[in-house]
Write a protein that binds this ligand. Structure first.
Ligand code: XMP
Length: 521
């Protein structure tokens, strides 16, 4: 009985539900660190919480996390990693349309465990060249498929012979010839390639690599025993990969409100490019701009909704109820909320506009509930606690900076004074706009100097794999839900109780008055 009793008056007075707290604070725009969530009676263990979320009738994720459509965050590798963890990647559009189609195809054709483009060597290379390649690229492996100029399999160069003593020998002299190399035809991998490969490795004692070929013996990929073992273990993971009805990983692609040379919306081009994306299997498109409550974005969403009645459409960005209603009426299913919160954004400084994220989310969520669309909290997330707070007012979060330092983000790792970094830049930075994203900010391509950038170029410390980063984030979200007694995300939205935090309270929230030996994250 005591457990289900209504909170007594003092709880009620201090820790308020969203519909009381935000209107009571309507004179002030609040973001994540301005508030904290009150704990509630719980019978829920963090590990038992469910994180699945529905963004549209036919777009369901197993975790409520999406990677930003930014050219230093999401291409196929990132989208694959997100989908394997149950989330979604939005492939950016700062690339030729054909390339974006290929990126989507890579995600949709991804076979888990199959290295689709393994590093190959040629028969006429020297072992010394291979050793130099390993050193230069810092490869942690030394066995390579050998292919001829047309990509046909010639043999396998085993790590046992990739030694300095053989440096002057040619690969062709040292390789294991084709006839002795174990292969499988791609079509024979079947519906469950991992189970097929697992069986193969059990039956072939001592063989650790299985090469995949097509009908004409062209190399199509490589499966390693260590990957198969890791994946088999991961299959027991709580959050399953996000897949479509054909068991392919889900994938999203961003598009802009493209204009023709006369400055008019290029309806035909938008329609045909999205048609091609859908043909490649894209599960959702995001009409992604800095100002979604605008005619160009609305017209683009309408064009797409008319042409593709069942396609889930994300659109944004907005920070007002009117903006949400407008995009919902144009046909969007999920609305991106966030103007200026991003870690590389300067919109609020440059243009003087934008709303801190928690207030923006509350205002937008109310309109979204009326229109039966979902809300995506886009930008400003730096830690799992921010995600928990965002999810009290949205169906999923979109993160850029958190993933930009991951191995799967585009770009090379650079070393500066013994530390490793990856580039991360705003899509409104001058460099990104020159590379194509100007339309997102309402500018013409090749912006002249007088265009004011709304983002910066930066570095993120390299942080390992998406799996590792997501494991931390998911753990944090589940802890938050456990504290609130929320078994799933809709209970989290219902149960959340908020209170403002003072600057001293904010300092109290971080480690203090100690000498930190090792950070918790
Ligand atoms: P985080 O905080 O995750 O934010 O790094 C990523 C989000 O920021 C938005 N974005 C920008 N906003 N200027 C802006 O004002 C920019 O140059 C810019 N680039 C990205 C975008 O919504 C992204 O998901």
């Amino acid at each position: 009985m005591a457990a289900t009793r209504q909170p007594d008056n003092s709880d009620r007075q201090f820790y308020q539900p969203a519909e009381e707290f935000f209107p009571a604070n309507s004179h002030l725009a609040l973001t994540f660190d301005d508030i904290t969530l009150a704990t509630l009676y719980s019978e829920i263990l963090p590990r038992d919480t469910q994180l699945d979320t529905t963004l549209a009738e036919n777009l369901r994720l197993n975790i409520p996390v999406i990677s930003s459509d930014m050219d230093t965050v999401t291409e196929s590798r990132m989208a694959i990693a997100l989908a394997l963890n149950g989330g979604l990647g939005l492939i950016h559009y700062n690339m030729p349309e054909r390339q974006q189609l290929s990126e989507v195809s890579r995600v949709k054709n991804h076979v888990h465990g199959l290295i689709q483009e393994p590093i190959k060597v040629a028969p006429d290379q020297f072992i010394g060249d291979v050793l130099a390649l390993i050193e230069q690229k810092k490869f942690g492996f030394s066995t390579f498929p050998v292919v001829d100029r047309k990509g046909k399999l010639v043999g396998l160069l085993s790590g046992h012979v990739v030694k300095p003593r053989y440096a002057k020998k040619k690969v062709s002299e040292a390789l294991t010839p084709r006839a002795q190399v174990h292969t499988i035809k791609k079509k024979d991998l079947g519906k469950d390639p991992i189970a097929r490969a697992d069986k193969f490795f059990t039956e072939h004692i001592g063989i650790h690599k299985l090469l995949v070929v097509d009908e004409d013996d062209h190399l199509q990929g490589l499966i390693t025993m260590s990957d198969v073992e890791r994946i088999t273990q991961e299959r027991n993971a709580q959050f399953k990969p996000a897949r479509d009805a054909h068991f392919h990983l889900i994938c999203g692609a961003a598009v802009s409100a493209t204009r023709n040379a006369f400055g008019e919306l290029d309806r035909e081009r938008i329609r045909s490019h999205v048609g091609a994306l859908v043909e490649r299997g894209a599960d959702v498109v995001a009409v992604s701009t800095a100002h979604g409550h605008s005619k160009g974005v609305g017209d683009t969403v309408r064009v797409l909704r008319d042409a593709f009645p069942k396609l889930p459409i994300i659109a944004g960005n907005v920070t007002s109820a009117a903006g949400v209603e407008f995009l919902a009426e144009c046909g969007a299913n999920a609305i991106k909320v966030g103007q200026g919160p991003g870690s590389i954004c300067t919109t609020r400084n440059v243009a003087g506009v934008g709303i801190p994220q928690m207030t923006a989310l509350y205002v937008c969520l109310r309109a979204a509930a009326k229109k039966k669309v979902s809300i995506l909290a886009d930008g400003g997330i730096t830690k799992s606690g921010d995600i928990v707070k965002a999810l009290t007012l949205s169906q999923a979060v979109i993160c850029g900076g958190i993933f930009a330092g991951c191995n799967e983000a585009p770009g090379e790792i650079v070393e500066i004074s013994g530390k490793f970094y990856k580039q991360y830049r705003g899509m409104g930075s001058l460099a990104a706009m020159k590379a194509g994203s100007a339309a997102r900010y309402g500018h013409l391509p090749n912006p002249a100097q007088k265009v004011a950038p709304e983002g910066i170029e930066a570095l993120k410390e390299a942080c390992g794999s998406v799996d590792r980063v997501l494991a931390q984030l998911i753990g944090g979200i589940q802890s938050g839900m456990g504290y609130l007694g929320a078994a799933n995300l809709s209970q989290l939205r219902e149960k959340a109780r908020y209170i403002r935090v003072s600057p001293a309270g904010m300092r109290e929230a971080a480690p203090h008055d100690v000498v930190e030996l090792k950070t918790g994250n």
